[in-house]
Design a protein around this ligand. Sequence first.
Ligand code: SF4
Length: 218
Amino acid sequence: MTVVSKGKITSKLSDLVREGCITEISSVFRPDSLTECDRRLLYHCKNKQTFHKSKMLHNKAITDKWIDLLSTTKGVRVVEKNVVVADANCNINGVIDIIVDFQDKIFVVKVKNIDSLVFDKIKTNGPRRKDVFEVQAYIWLSELEEGLLVYEDIGDQRFDILHIEKSKEIIKSIEAKFGDLVRYQVSGRMPKKPENISREYCESCEYHKICSESLSSK
Ligand code: SF4
């Protein structure tokens, strides 16, 4: 007797779940991709970005867990959670996971769920540049002075909490880069290919073909 089968019903259901998992978001720049190549960022916006709902729900579950953990941690007060922040001049829009009050200071908190290899690398080499820029963007957009970057190992739930102080220099560089990108967006032009970009990075880029064609037609 067959009790397990993969038939029309299950394939239909799988297709519907897959379809429902894709959410399109509007043409804005996001704080988690500030260090990407300028052209890639513009292609993202032009083609509208898609988000996998299952990834979003996974991230939400991790953030909710950290909200619970911090809420029950002695000396910590959760001030806000899931705060939407934006800057119209730079067309940046994002969500701060948590804002906490600890030792008379207010911190924006960003939680990153990563695999063991990345976790070990960060333990040795320090935080990833893109994560530092993301926290700096949230510090700037929330008009606060300090941030906390929480790295959690997806495998065994080890975690590390890093203190990120406001860097006026980094914030200035974000404003300058995205101010320029908005001008490109409005004019419909594309910036030059960044000089220090590696071949491997370009080859793994989802816009490699269209980008190479546009560069060679000039
Ligand atoms: S192929 Fe390279 S230069 Fe072009 S968008 Fe991608 S990363 Fe940028």
